[in-house]
Structures are given as structure tokens and as C-alpha cells.
Design a protein around this ligand. Structure first.
Ligand code: SGN
Ligand code: CA
Length: 532
């Protein structure tokens, strides 16, 4: 892999001290004047499964607590990420920098350890900081008064956590991970230094693959039939090699045992359906839990095995879709409970008047659109992410069409703390938007830049970057090995919200395509992207 270019980092340790001087709050008591921040981020949570967003799926599996937050806050309909994958997205959140700036372009590479983290700047500005849950970066947590982080992706049951006290060791805890993360988040709120404002990141592991629900929800929605998305049978016509060659199809890339828990099924040729991946998923359960688990799925698998001989390929595909969605929304049920518990705590402790609450995900996720699961692409379902923000004093129940990106969290948090935004952060503080109940300020960005790099065999999505302005989207696909020639796609989301019709060669769009190509070139130059 080529090394990303060096960008000077504005704040060294002298800069951190300067932040304290600017805010005047380095060591003084804040007396609760500056706003606290609770940032809740799930892993792979689609907006299609949050009922406040109104999608058909979520109407059958509602999220009353996330909706409760939306009823008091702002639902952003145009919130996007800059690289739709966990580790890069987390690195962007933590540094306020694009992937090519912080070096965390892919899942597996190591980011530049000299880069300043936003929580370091928040600490210097007088905030108490904590992160609880999924960390998923190879570097150590930096800038936190306390942390409790999962190993790698984390386990769904009885996970191991690392804390400052555990001295590099991971220690196993008993319970369902979503609940443990919630309990530890509340523990932090309870035990924090009440003289300081706080920034708490609550990072759920859920609902990441392989979508393992809590026991109490294993039968939930069993009798519900979830509708197929309009693009479920997309034939990928008009679009290029990346779409044809990806490996994210429910039909052939989702495994019957590891992903879909059809234990005892004998027809699988999927590489994940061997003992190694089953151990990966279920290995942290106790023997008794594993028995309960198998018994629950045996009950729900019985009708599949009873009808298997009569099932066509399409019947099997539809069964896979139902099982996938059901397990996914069961996992979401626990996440929604978690949001409810955190809101209850903040309400009961008089914190709602002075705490901003964010609910979001590290990217979007395909719930069968284009026949897919997973993410990575700049197409809407993965590029776009849910974002709901409660900002004290706001009217509540508002929706926002303002174009925002995960790059904006760093600048927003610093703005709330009254700390300056480092020059190398290209994001924009959302504070003016929040203060105006979601309305777009007169001077606001017109386009967003996206860049995905992690072209690995697991889901085989070609590298791509692109520009989007809320209506038109230009995507440039390229292959770092040179085996596939670069090409572009262009979509008009007003005419074609499902992005089925690539109009790159349509003369009607020529002027727009040229304009977007120019903007893409200019943006790359402005922010220092050298690989594309
Ligand atoms: C794992 C998953 C992939 C997923 C990546 C990235 N496979 O490798 O399906 O795309 O994580 O996800 S699994 O067999 O381990 O479940 S991310 O959210 O961390 O970016
Ligand atoms: Ca993720």
C-alpha cells in the first residue's frame, strides 16, 4: 500500500496547553456551565431500521427509545460518512481528519500514532472524557480519563474488556454485551467528577455481523413477514465492474450456519460454515448458554427443515432474507433498550438541560437493497448513516436536510467546548445547525467527498472516491492493482433515488458530469488526496 501524504498536525503538546488557555477551563471548576456530550454510536446500524426514519422495515420492528430521542431532537436525513467502514470511520471520529490524513484508510492498517485525538483536545479544554464499548483500532485509546473497550470486533456474549486498570489485559465479563456497555456507561455517569463537563462515547458492538440477539429476544418477530426492498432483485445493469463483482449478496455470500444459524443444514459450501467461524461466534458462551442457543434456533429452524425438499432457490433466498432481518432487528431491540436506559438516567439526574445527545452509526448498512448485506459502497444505504441529535433548548421533533458528515463531529465537540478547531480539520461544526433546529445556515458546504480503500477479498468492493451534493453523485472506481480500468458512474437521486440508472454517458447530463468531475479534481487537490 502506498503511504498517505504527510499533513502537519496543528496541535502538539504545546498546542494542547494552548487549548486550555483559550477556554480558560483547564483546571478550573466548570460549575456545569458548558454542555456535556453523550455520543452513542452503533456498529452497522441502518437508518432503515430506526422507526423515526419511517422505512417499511422499521414500522414492523419499532425503536421507541431512539424515536423518543428524535421526538425531542433533530433527525438528520443527509448525514454521511467519509469512508464506509468501521476502523476508518472511528479514526475519523477520533481525529476529525479524513482517512488519507490520519492514515487509517483500511480495516487492518495502523494509523499515524502522532495524530492528536479530539478527546485529548477536549481534555485540555477541561472536559472529562470516556469511551465504553467497541474501539476497533490498533492504536491505544488516547485522551480518555477512563475507558472500557472491547477486543477487536468484540463478542456478543460474555465479552472481554480492557480498562486503564487492567494494564493491557482483557478481562472477561458475564452478560450480553449491549447491556454491559449500557451498565458501564451509566456507571461512568454516576461516578464522574461532577465539577467538570463530560464527553462520553458509548460505542455498541451491535448490530455487527453475525447479528446475535439476546436470549430474551430470540423469538421476537418470529411471525412477522418483513417486506423485500424494491431493489432486492437488482440485476446491476447500467453500473460497472465493482457492482458486478462485489461479494455482499445475501444469495451467495451470506452463510447458512455462521450468519443465519440454520444449524444442521448440510448443503452449505460457504467458507464460513466450518467449525472455525462457529467457534468465533459462539466461543464466548458458556456450555449452558450454547445449549439454550441451539435449542432456540432448532425451534425456529424446524419449519425450514420440514419444507426444505419443496423449496425453490428463490424460496431459500427469501428465507435467508427473513432470517437475516429478524436477527438484525432483534439485536436492535437491545440497542433501543440501551438508549432508553441512558435517557432515563439523564432525565432522572437533571442532565437533559445541559447535555447534547447524539445517536448515530459508524456507517449505513444494506438491508437487502441491491440484494446485499454489509456496506463499503458510496451508494446511499452505506454512505448515509443515521443521525439523531438532541440539543437542549431545541424545539424537538425536527428533521434536517443539512448536508453533514462524520468529519463534523470533532469540530462540533470542540465548538461546544469553546476550543479552537485545528486548521487541518476540514469538517464543519454543526452547532449553528443544532441551534436553528436543523435549518441549513446560509453559508454551508455544497458537496461531500467520500473515499473507500479497503479492497479486500472478503467483500471485494473496488476502491472508489466521489462527490455528492444531495442530488447528484459522481463515483470514480479504481483498482489499485491496475487489473480493472478506472471508470465513473453518475446518478441523479431526484429522478432515481434507488441509484439503478447510471447516467454517466447520457448527453442530457454531460454538463453536470463535467462540473462534478472538475469538483472532484479540485477537492482532491484541496484536501491532499494523491491516490485515486
Ligand atoms: C468482519 C465481517 C465483515 C465486515 C467486516 C468489517 N466478517 O470482517 O462482514 O464487513 O468485519 O466490518 S465476520 O465474519 O468477521 O463477521 S466493520 O463494521 O468492522 O467495518
Ligand atoms: Ca461498522
Amino acid at each position: 500500500m502506498k503511504k498517505s501524504i504527510e499533513i502537519p498536525i496543528l496541535f502538539g503538546s504545546a498546542g494542547l496547553a494552548a487549548v486550555g488557555a483559550v477556554t480558560g477551563c483547564n483546571s478550573q471548576k466548570d460549575n456545569g456551565k458548558r454542555m456535556n456530550i453523550v455520543y452513542i454510536m452503533c456498529d452497522d446500524h441502518s437508518f432503515q431500521t430506526i422507526s423515526a426514519y419511517g422505512h417499511a422495515l422499521s414500522q414492523l420492528a419499532p425503536t421507541p427509545n431512539i424515536d423518543r430521542l428524535a421526538a425531542q431532537g433533530i433527525r438528520f436525513d443527509r448525514a454521511y460518512v467519509e469512508n464506509s467502514l468501521s476502523t476508518p470511520s472511528r479514526a475519523c471520529l477520533m481525529t476529525g481528519l479524513y482517512s488519507h490524513q490520519n492514515g487509517q484508510t483500511m480495516l487492518s492498517n495502523v494509523m499515524d500514532s502522532t495524530v492528536t485525538f479530539v478527546p485529548q483536545l477536549m481534555q485540555a479544554a477541561g472536559y472529562q472524557t470516556a469511551v465504553i464499548g467497541k474501539w476497533h483500532m490498533l492504536c491505544e485509546p488516547k485522551g480518555f480519563d477512563t475507558f472500557r473497550v472491547l477486543r477487536d470486533q468484540g463478542e456478543y456474549y460474555n465479552p472481554v474488556f480492557k480498562t486503564p486498570e487492567s494494564k493491557g489485559q482483557y478481562i472477561r465479563e458475564e452478560g450480553y454485551t449491549t447491556d454491559l456497555i449500557t451498565d458501564h456507561a451509566i456507571e461512568f455517569l454516576e461516578n464522574r467528577d461532577k465539577d467538570k463537563p463530560f464527553l462520553l462515547y458509548v460505542h455498541h458492538k451491535a448490530p455487527h455481523r453475525s447479528w446475535m440477539p439476546d436470549f430474551k429476544y430470540l423469538d421476537l418477530y418470529e411471525d412477522v413477514e418483513f417486506p423485500l426492498p424494491e431493489t432486492f432483485y437488482d440485476d446491476y445493469a447500467t453500473r460497472g465492474a465493482a457492482m458486478q463483482e462485489q461479494r455482499m449478496r445475501i444469495e451467495q455470500d451470506m452463510s447458512m450456519l455462521y450468519d443465519l444459524k440454520l444449524y444442521g443444514y448440510e448443503g452449505s459450501t460457504h467458507e464460513y460454515d466450518g467449525p472455525r467461524m462457529l467457534e468465533y461466534a459462539l466461543g464466548s458462551m458458556t456450555d449452558e448458554e450454547r445449549e439454550r442457543w441451539y435449542a432456540a434456533y432448532a425451534r425456529n429452524n424446524a419449519s425450514f427443515f420440514a419444507n426444505q425438499d419443496k423449496m425453490t432457490e428463490e424460496d431459500i433466498l427469501k428465507w435467508k432474507y427473513q432470517r437475516y432481518i429478524k436477527d438484525y432487528v432483534r439485536v436492535i431491540k437491545s440497542v433501543d433498550d440501551s438508549v432508553g436506559e441512558i435517557l432515563d438516567y439523564l432525565e432522572a439526574n437533571g442532565l437533559m438541560d445541559n447535555t447534547m445527545i447524539v445517536y448515530t452509526s459508524d456507517q449505513g448498512f444494506y438491508m437487502g437493497e441491491h440484494g446485499w448485506f454489509d456496506k463499503r459502497f458510496m451508494y446511499e444505504e452505506s454512505f448515509r448513516t443515521p443521525l439523531i441529535v438532541y440539543y437542549p433548548g431545541g424545539k424537538g421533533g425536527k428533521t434536517s436536510q443539512t448536508l453533514v458528515q462524520n468529519l463534523d463531529f470533532g469540530p462540533t465537540f470542540l465548538d461546544i467546548a469553546g476550543a479552537p478547531q485545528p486548521e487541518n480539520m476540514y469538517g464543519v461544526s454543526m452547532l449553528p445547525v443544532l441551534k436553528k433546529d436543523g435549518a441549513t445556515p446560509r453559508k454551508w458546504r455544497e458537496t461531500l467527498y467520500y473515499h473507500f480503500y479497503d479492497h479486500t477479498p472478503e467483500h471485494n468492493v473496488l476502491r472508489h472516491d466521489g462527490i455528492f451534493d444531495s442530488r447528484y453523485k459522481l463515483i470514480h472506481f479504481y483498482d489499485e492493482t491496475g487489473a480493472i480500468p478506472s471508470y465513473e458512474e453518475f446518478f441523479d437521486l431526484q429522478a432515481d433515488p434507488n441509484e439503478l440508472n447510471n447516467v454517466i454517458d447520457d448527453p442530457k447530463y454531460k454538463k453536470l458530469v463535467d462540473k462534478f468531475s472538475r469538483q472532484l479534481t479540485e477537492t482532491r487537490a484541496k484536501i491532499g488526496v494523491t491516490e485515486y
